[in-house]
Design a protein around this ligand. Structure first.
Ligand code: SF4
Ligand code: SF4
Length: 476
């Protein structure tokens, strides 16, 4: 039997093709043309930026008693800050200070969102100045857009050259001033223009900061905030429903749409947003705050000013975009005192107290003792046992001071020779010192001894250092 199985055509189901999406890892920058706006928050910003810029450019020119008020003197390892000289030994204070700044930032961010970014961050400050110059030279937003689209001509070349020259001058002043905090500015400026600076590093750093400022504030602008700043990425973990952030009142604004000025929005089924796009045009990071809170938002509140000016023209209540909290937007009450803010405030207070205590206990004198390696001990003409040391005494204050040197240890211990020294401000003195002990009083082969150096005028200004006194052992 030839049982043939009939072959039938079976349709094999074809699995649906997967859609493959490709994502370009490099996103080319779309130039943002920021519209200039005036308003309450813009005034705050102007005041804060002027104060900060003024401080940056002027503080290095202040001198007290011939000493630059803020001067980081790296070659001599001294840091003169507001009349006090700090040394590398004081770096622990710097660590405390950085911790205070970090907690201060967390505390402020929890309460007021990204006010640091919007009002005080150097990137914001310098970008603001560069934008201001751009607006003065190239004109308003529309004029700048038009200028960029026109082919190169005499007018465009002149405006672009003037803009870049002005940017470069501000950047150069920034670089020169920055280096002026490390190289006395009153010497740096004339030395720079007469090519008298000894170190090529000073020229290098001036040019480095000039180029960095020009690129960051002139070209990269919001790119620094969006892609380079780590703070933008983690700030949201400090936010809660009671943090003040720039927000759009969705319930009030939607549905958005254009309407006649006198028309009642409710009668045409619209909310208060007239969809004029002003809030987007003034935003330095180019976002639309109506899409909700975004990490790109630096909290500058320019959109608040822009929207308020529109609301005013429309005769609507202000505050469609405002500094508010999520709870307020949802009609609930906001609290300032909450576990998170109390925690940060307590931590900040504790660290600041510890810093103040550490600062008040900071010694203005330092002493190190080096035992001479020449011999263990020697016997002098009186038959006493002698050990030799070198005391390294540093006057860490800004005043000349007389110091008294003493030693304590077993009975009869005393210093032979000089016990009064005078040190100029910041002077380091190496003082050879011989100490003797009557061998009849020695009950041990060696002793711990303690050197003390104290100010002749104020014994509270003192420092101590330990060493060893070696001898032949108890007399038999
Ligand atoms: S959305 Fe508003 S607050 Fe945020 S960066 Fe833009 S203009 Fe500033
Ligand atoms: S500025 Fe105000 S009214 Fe204009 S689009 Fe933005 S939110 Fe709407």
């Amino acid at each position: 039997m030839n049982d043939k199985i009939p072959v039938t055509q079976v349709e094999v189901p074809v699995p649906p093709r997967k859609t493959i999406e490709s994502v370009d890892l490099y996103q080319s920058r779309k130039k943002i043309y920021v519209k200039e706006i005036t308003g309450l928050f813009q005034k705050f910003r102007t005041v804060s930026l002027c104060l900060l810029m003024g401080a940056y450019f002027l503080v290095c020119w202040i001198s007290v008693d011939g000493q630059q008020w803020v001067h980081f003197d790296l070659p001599n390892r001294q840091f003169h800050i507001m009349g006090t000289t700090f040394w590398p030994q004081d770096f622990v204070l710097l660590a405390w200070l950085l911790i205070i700044c970090a907690f201060g930032l967390f505390f402020i961010t929890t309460l007021f969102g990204r006010v640091w970014c919007g009002y005080t961050c150097p990137q914001t400050v310098w970008t603001f100045i560069f934008m201001w110059l751009e607006e003065r030279i190239e004109g308003s937003r529309n004029q700048r857009m038009k200028l960029d689209q026109t082919p190169m001509n005499k007018e465009k070349l002149t405006k672009k050259s003037l803009k870049h020259l002005s940017w470069f001058l501000v950047a150069f002043a920034t670089g020169l001033t920055f280096v002026g905090y490390f190289y006395p500015i009153r010497d740096l400026v004339p030395d720079f223009f007469t090519f008298n600076i000894d170190s090529g590093w000073a020229y290098f750093w001036i040019m480095f900061f000039t180029v960095a400022t020009y690129l960051n504030a002139g070209w990269m602008r919001e790119q620094v905030c969006l892609y380079m700043c780590p703070y933008a990425r983690f700030q949201s973990v400090m936010f809660d429903r009671d943090t003040m952030v720039v927000s759009y009142d969705f319930h009030r604004g939607e549905p958005r749409g254009s309407r006649k000025r006198k028309e009642d929005p409710k009668s045409v089924g619209l909310g208060d947003c007239i969809d004029c796009n002003m809030c987007v045009q003034v935003c330095p990071t180019g976002i639309d705050i109506r899409d909700g809170l975004q990490y790109e938002c630096i909290g500058c509140a320019l959109c608040v000013d822009a929207c308020d000016s529109v609301m005013e023209k429309m005769n609507y209540p202000l505050g469609l975009i405002s500094y508010t909290t999520e709870n307020n937007l949802e009609g609930r009450e906001s609290k300032i005192l909450r576990p998170r803010t109390i925690g940060y405030a307590l931590a900040l207070l504790g660290i600041m107290t510890a810093f103040a205590v550490k600062l008040s206990m900071r010694s203005e004198i330092q002493v190190d003792v080096i035992r001479d390696r020449g011999g263990l001990f020697q016997t002098n003409a009186k038959g006493y046992i002698e050990n030799s040391y070198t005391l390294q005494i540093m006057n860490m204050s800004n005043d000349s001071r007389e110091f008294h040197v003493s030693v304590s240890g077993p009975e009869s211990i005393r210093i032979i020779g000089k016990t009064q020294v005078s040190l100029a401000p910041s002077e380091l003195l190496s003082l050879p010192t011989v100490v003797e002990i009557n061998p009849d009083k020695m009950t041990e082969r060696n002793y711990d001894i303690n050197f003390r150096v104290e100010s002749a005028a104020n014994p509270d200004i003192a420092a101590e250092s330990e060493s060893r006194f070696l001898g032949p052992g108890p007399a038999r």
